[in-house]
Ligand binder design. Structure first.
Ligand code: DCP
Ligand code: MG
Ligand code: MN
Length: 347
């Protein structure tokens, strides 16, 4: 996991990257694990191609790019030589197009999209009408109502403007709260798919942030900043809670934006910050590094001595001992990885 500068979108191979990205989205719209993994491997290749500083001219040169194997190199050559990729037309069939639209509905995934298609639905209106006996959750209905808003990304300035409204309201409830934006915003991206807000509080004075989310959500609805709830916290009075919803700037004509709140115990703030800053591929990479050193890393901390069931590695026979969780720096140090600034955390 070495450093990598942010993706360039005006580099010498942008046309190649765009076409492969199109194909990646088509694979991701198909069900099944192999399509999922194929989508991920394209994602890595697309990034590496965007970061590659020279114009790709030959098959062998393409092969030198990390994440590009023979099949991808052949596709790259086809794009360079013909300006197009036939495989895109071949994959982009009407059923894939419909499922791609369905799967972008909040609260729906590949499996649901497939099910709805199989039930005979072809449009968002079909879904709303319950065609083929389809029933929608409340979150999915909101997902359809604000389909375009939710699937659009906001400029980072808008994320900041929303946060600048939210922060004083939170501090008005408890001035000792620590509140900050994570996710793509913290990585410095110019546009954000949503706003990811972390809340915690130092318990030195005997108080914690437990229960704060309940009051904050109420105040933000009152202020007409929160507009719809998508997923309410299971226990809004605990110190670990997740909320997902929609928000908007109070200005007339402003669009709905996705917002996530997470409250986390003070002790695990470093690990939570690391995890929720991402990006997701960087996380996978650093988790792998942790595993190689015999650790286990998640949003709660870095653990030593975790024993996993050899027949099913996702089952922990022993949860291990917490070795670091309060700062990102100590986690990087223990993993023997040089500290990486948030904007560098893209792989
Ligand atoms: N995350 C992860 N794996 C996932 C989902 C999320 O590791 N499957 C972590 C890394 C993400 C962070 O949580 O950076 C926030 O998730 P988001 O879905 O909000 O992703 P980003 O904020 O990175 O991007 P976007 O601008 O699209 O919201
Ligand atoms: Mg985000
Ligand atoms: Mn998010």
């Amino acid at each position: 996991c070495d450093n990598k500068e942010a993706q360039r979108k005006n580099g010498p191979n942008e046309m190649v990257a765009k076409k492969l990205e199109e194909l990646m989205h088509l694979h991701k719209a198909k069900p099944g694990d192999d399509n999922h993994w194929r989508g991920l491997s394209y994602q890595k290749a697309v990034r590496a191609i965007r970061n590659y500083p020279y114009r790709i001219k030959s098959f062998n040169q393409a092969l030198t790019i990390r994440g590009v194997a023979k099949k991808t190199a052949l596709k790259i050559m086809e794009i360079i030589e013909t300006g197009d990729l036939r495989r895109i037309q071949y994959e982009n069939t009407p059923d894939v197009q419909v499922r791609k639209i369905f799967q972008d509905i909040y609260g729906a995934g590949q499996v649901t999209a497939y099910k709805w298609y199989a039930a005979g639905c072809r449009t968002l209106d079909d879904l709303l009408a319950g065609k083929g006996g389809v029933t929608l959750t409340e979150a999915q209905k909101i997902g359809i109502q604000f389909y375009d808003d939710i699937n659009d990304r906001m400029p980072r300035e808008e994320a900041k403007a929303l946060f600048d409204l939210i922060k004083p309201i939170a501090l008005g409830i408890d001035p000792k709260l620590e509140i900050q934006i994570m996710g793509s915003y913290r990585r410095g991206k110019a546009d954000c798919g949503d706003i990811d807000i972390m809340i915690t509080r130092c318990p030195d004075d005997g108080k914690t942030h437990a229960g704060i989310l309940h009051h904050l959500l109420e105040a933000l609805h009152e202020a007409k900043i929160l507009t719809e709830d998508l997923a309410l916290p299971e226990d809004p009075f605990g110190d670990e809670a997740i909320y997902r919803g929609l928000c908007r700037l109070p200005q007339f004509g402003s669009r709905r934006r996705r917002i996530d709140f997470l409250t986390i115990p003070w002790k695990s703030r470093g690990a939570a910050l690391l995890y929720y800053t991402g990006d997701d591929i960087f996380n996978r990479c650093i988790r792998l590094k942790a595993n190689k050193l015999g650790y286990s890393l998640n949003q709660k901390g870095l653990f030593a001595g975790v024993i996993r069931d050899p027949r099913n590695r996702t089952i922990k026979l022993n949860t291990g001992n917490l070795v670091a969780s309060e700062t990102e720096q100590e986690i990087f140090r223990l993993l023997d990885v040089p500290y990486q600034e948030p904007h560098e955390r893209v792989r």
